[in-house]
Design a protein around this ligand. Structure first.
Ligand code: Y43
Ligand code: MG
Length: 202
């Protein structure tokens, strides 16, 4: 396992919610971070069909373009009664000609579950794969998850993406209602990040 020894890191994501959360997780490490957008990087096409494949593609793209180590995040929600959909395609389900519409995507998931008369609870998990890639082509990959259920209607204005319909196991608030610090204590992103820290920052 390669250690991260530098002091600069590119966050290879264009998602404001992820950038906020990953910056908070990285804050204790005193690393100077900058986003792909700050380096004028385009979003690469996410052509792989796994979280790890897309995470590697995004991190290597940014590391090659900048000559600096880059950290990417590929994530999504899998719903058991939908055979794991939307999964790797979570962001795609929100795409419209005018940009992403997550309320529409969440409603689509709930409508499909209703049409199937899926049993309650409607089990689901958030997954996060982090990839740290270096400009010489080396990378390290870490996977995290949090289990819970999809609930309806949407609840809460915190977070981003599918947070308003995700109720983690053992909690009474959705990720959308929860204080961000509480989401950090249990999230898929934190789970993967803890493994990254053990592997590369230890
Ligand atoms: O903590 C989360 N809370 C709520 N929703 C979440 C979360 N984590 C991922 N998600 C959903 C929304 C996101 O749009 C999609 C991932 O898609 P994904 O391609 O990995 O990210 P993205 O295109 O938004 O940003 P980018 O690829 O530039 O990092 O899954
Ligand atoms: Mg993406």
């Amino acid at each position: 396992m390669r250690k991260f020894t530098g002091d600069k890191l590119i966050l290879a994501s264009h998602n404001a919610g992820k950038l906020r959360e990953i910056s908070e997780l990285l804050a204790p490490f005193g690393i100077t971070i900058s986003s792909a957008a700050e380096h004028g990087l385009e979003e690469p096409d996410e052509t792989e069909d796994t979280f790890a494949g897309n995470a590697r593609l995004k991190a290597h793209f940014a590391a090659q373009a900048t000559g600096l180590p880059a950290l990417s995040d590929d994530s999504g929600i899998t719903v058991e009664a939908l055979d794991g959909a939307p999964g790797v395609y979570t962001a795609d389900w929100a795409e419209t000609p005018n940009g992403r519409d997550f309320p529409m995507a969440m409603e689509k998931v709930w409508t499909l579950l209703e049409a199937k008369r899926a049993l309650l609870p409607r089990n689901a998990a958030f997954h996060c794969t982090l990839c740290l890639a270096w400009p010489d082509g080396h990378d390290e990959v870490f996977e995290g998850r949090v289990d819970g259920q999809v609930v309806w209607p949407m609840r809460g204005q915190n977070g981003f993406g599918f947070d308003p319909v995700f109720l983690p196991n053992g909690e009474v608030e959705t990720f959308g209602e929860m204080d961000p610090a509480r989401k950090h204590r249990m999230s898929h992103r934190t789970d993967a990040f803890t493994k990254l820290v053990q592997g590369c920052f230890g």
